[in-house]
Design a protein around this ligand. Structure first.
Ligand code: MG
Length: 393
């Protein structure tokens, strides 16, 4: 082969490699499209706005003696160069954040965003947002989610694709059957869950009631069950006996069996358990994961706990390095935050993403459950469409 031919082949190969490298880098994706075609001619300053929103629940939601019919939410919007992205903070009362605390946080976040010329440097922007306060995780998530939606909209690509995830690999979402002391009502709830491919049951009420729930479900359905004990079992021997009993009844995993501070006791149970033991309350952020290695079999990632999509993506990588199993969960959220969480669903074994179907006045369309399966679409950003006349933002 001549020297000229060799050089031609090299240039051809180098061209392909350069193109491949550009596809892998989201910033280059933007750069490849002529700027004049991409730019909409809007302000080059990131503008953060928000609106308080009350999610009305379709059913009264009861956990450990406290009932509620609505949930406080803040919807955020970040605009830049004529593009926009939406985010959300969903704040169940037991976690300590409120619309007021979120509004205060967002006022402090505005000048931080002002320091950046564009939204693409998430690696610099989001740590700066995180430093504004020590808590406010849901408020931080509302900024993170809006920035991701904005960037995806500018690229014209969904995040599952930017991250290189396979949308076919999403799991079925679990559907929760709530406790009820009345047999007739509980039977009705069980019949209503017949469509679900996987069921979630909250236990930890008491031995007799816990077993009654499972026996009643099993008399009608043999659907696989995920158990969430919400730290309710206060004795490691009892927890292990209960897990063994459940493992004979087509239960597939146990979430947070004992108090989150009980690391030694939980490690003892996990070592002996026939089922995977998943950390929820014990695992809030990335920095928690190293302490949970060898204690739990896996972690439940929720955007409102971990400050959003960027940290969730990092948690996936770290948990995978530790050979830990993954689950994605949610609060009662609109389709904004649910669609954001759904972007990581291809990487998890279990998804508990039914938050938006529990809300009667969802203000967006986004991720859909198709026959119970988390279904991702090839739409830019988070794939959101705002419904008319529910919010002004
Ligand atoms: Mg849980």
């Amino acid at each position: 082969m001549s020297q000229k031919q060799n050089r031609r082949d090299f240039i051809k190969t180098a061209g392909v490699l350069t193109a491949a490298a550009m596809i892998l880098n989201p910033n280059d994706l933007f750069a490849r499209t002529p700027v004049e075609q991409r730019r909409k001619g809007g302000s080059k300053k990131m503008q953060l706005d928000w609106e308080n929103f009350t999610g009305q629940m379709k059913y009264t939601f009861t956990i450990s003696g406290c009932s509620r019919t609505s949930t406080p939410i803040v919807i955020t919007r970040i605009t830049w160069d004529g593009y926009k992205g939406y985010g959300e903070a969903a704040m169940p009362p037991y976690l300590g954040e409120t619309q007021e605390s979120c509004n205060q946080f967002l006022l402090k976040a505005r000048p931080v965003l002002d320091k950046f010329d564009n939204p693409f440097v998430l690696d610099d922007i989001l740590p700066a947002i995180d430093k504004v306060t020590t808590n406010n995780c849901a408020a931080k998530a509302s900024v993170d989610i809006a920035l991701h939606d904005l960037i995806g909209n500018i690229f014209g690509q969904p995040w599952w694709k930017i991250w290189g995830f396979n949308p076919e690999k999403t799991p079925y979402t679990s559907y929760t059957i709530g406790y009820d002391a009345d047999d007739d009502i509980l039977n009705k709830k069980i019949e209503d869950a017949a469509w679900a491919k996987i069921i979630k049951v909250k236990l930890g009420i008491g031995d007799a009631q816990d077993k009654r729930m499972i026996k009643m479900i099993r008399s009608k359905l043999n659907t696989p069950i995920c158990i969430d004990a919400n730290q309710g079992w206060k004795d490691k021997y009892y927890a292990l006996d209960m897990i063994n009993w459940l493992s004979e009844r087509n239960v597939v995993m146990i979430e947070q069996p004992m108090p989150k501070a009980w690391l030694d006791e939980t490690a003892w149970v996990t070592e002996r358990s026939p089922l995977p033991i998943i950390a929820d309350e014990a695992c809030q952020r990335l920095t928690d994961i190293p302490h949970l290695k060898g204690v739990y079999s896996g972690i439940n990632i929720k955007l409102m706990k971990c400050t959003g999509m960027r940290e969730a993506r990092e948690m996936i990588s770290l948990a995978q390095d530790f050979r830990m199993k993954l689950m994605v969960g949610c609060m009662t959220e609109t389709s904004v935050a649910i669609s954001a969480a759904a972007q990581i669903a291809p990487k998890v074994t279990w998804a508990d993403l039914d938050g938006n179907i529990l809300i009667a006045n969802d203000c967006f369309d986004g991720m859909k459950l198709v026959n119970g399966k988390v279904t991702l679409f090839d739409k830019p950003g988070l794939g959101l469409t705002k419904k008319p006349d529910i919010i002004n933002l």
